[in-house]
Design a protein around this ligand. Structure first.
Ligand code: ATP
Ligand code: MG
Ligand code: FE
Length: 346
């Protein structure tokens, strides 16, 4: 099926077009720069930016895919989780399009979109199920057991405080590296020594093995970095930014990849899928590759433009729902900022 996908859950206005598992267009407009001076996404600013970017992004995506609205079999839109005001812009646009064209409309879970993005890879290989999936983004850090993308996604663990991306953003601000933090820390860490400063690894103590085996915590790490920086400044010493960035990044990469590999081994699933914007991190990718290879696990990481927020992944889930014969979403759906990953379609 030919499906258009609209994504506006955070600061990226994304419109994608897919034909089944084939990617036809993936156009993204980001309001990231407008948030930079605040050091984080400002919901009101994001919603307004979506409103301005949506029509041009939609037009560009249809042109890139070389299709007309009339050709579509369905429209899919992110209905959650995310920022309510931001989500509502995409939902409003999708409902208007569906009404005007008479096309069926599917309300899709953003997180399932991140996991499902892998099906759009251009190398022609298909994801094998079941798989363990590590979803690491600005708002989420979840370890999932995916038996069937549309019917059976089990949440094994998640962050109990900050998301991994959020930790990158906060630590970057602390180090004066700017926003968004992930790429800035990656850059700074490249010339640092990851072993110079040993930062804590959240929820990896023996006592955490029972209740928090697959959960994550990054707020203690963030506090440890803040304390280190503060002590250096108080002592009139220079802050070794590259080493701090490298040590911080190492802690995050270590915990994420160790727990993901543990989950693969415990569930005897020799496959690990990475998704979400933080999967762009160079050290997380390298360490994941190293550890999965050592454990005989196949690692799949979608290309970057499919890792960060985009409309194509939403279109892909929409196409899968259509192919599975699912009924369109009832017209009364709204934005659900806390939609759980286990609910694929609202
Ligand atoms: P969610 O999907 O949970 O709603 P989101 O959509 O804001 O959150 P994404 O767009 O998937 O999240 O990812 C954005 C996050 O990824 C930001 O926190 C950003 O700092 C982080 N990020 C981007 N590049 C990197 C990188 N190279 N290393 C680490 N983090 C990165
Ligand atoms: Mg984003
Ligand atoms: Fe996202």
């Amino acid at each position: 099926p030919l499906v258009l996908g609209i994504e506006t859950s955070c600061d990226e206005t994304g419109v994608g077009v897919v034909r089944g598992r084939q990617l036809l267009a993936n156009v993204i407009a980001s309001s990231m720069d407008e948030h930079a001076r605040f050091g984080g996404v400002v919901p009101e600013v994001a919603a307004r930016a979506h409103l301005e970017a949506l029509t041009p992004t939609l037009t560009a995506a249809l042109a890139e895919a070389d299709v007309a609205l009339d050709d579509l079999d369905a429209i899919a839109v992110t209905s959650g989780p995310g920022l309510s005001g931001a989500l509502m812009v995409g939902i409003g646009a999708a409902k208007a399009l569906a009404l005007a064209t008479g096309k069926p409309l599917y309300a899709v879970n953003h997180l399932v979109g991140h996991v499902g993005a892998d099906v759009l890879r251009s190398d022609g290989t298909e994801i094998e199920l079941p798989t363990i999936a590590l979803l690491v983004s600005g708002g989420h850090t979840s370890l999932l057991l995916v038996r069937d993308l549309l019917n059976d996604v089990e949440l094994l663990g998640e962050t109990i405080d900050d998301a991994a991306g959020e930790a990158f953003d906060k630590v970057a601000r602390l180090l004066g590296l700017g926003y968004p933090g992930g790429p800035r820390i990656d850059e700074a860490a490249a010339s640092g020594d990851p072993d110079a400063i040993r930062f804590p690894r959240g929820l990896t103590q023996p006592k955490d093995r029972e209740r928090h085996r697959y959960d994550f915590s990054f707020s203690g790490l963030k506090t440890a970095v803040a304390r280190f920086v503060e002590q250096r400044r108080d002592a009139g010493l220079e802050v070794p930014v590259a080493d701090v960035a490298a040590g911080f990044r190492e802690s995050v990469a270590d915990v994420l990849t160790a727990k993901a590999v543990d989950a693969c081994l415990e569930h005897r699933i020799p496959r690990l899928l990475l998704g979400g914007g933080v999967a762009a991190n160079a050290r997380i990718r390298d360490l994941a590759a190293e550890r999965t290879t050592a454990a005989g696990i196949e690692l799949r990481v979608p290309p970057l433009p499919l890792c960060t927020d985009n409309g194509a992944m939403i279109a892909a889930i929409g196409a899968a729902l259509v192919a599975a014969g699912r009924a369109p979403s009832a017209g009364g759906f709204g934005a659900d900022s806390t939609l759980p990953v286990t609910t694929v379609q609202a």
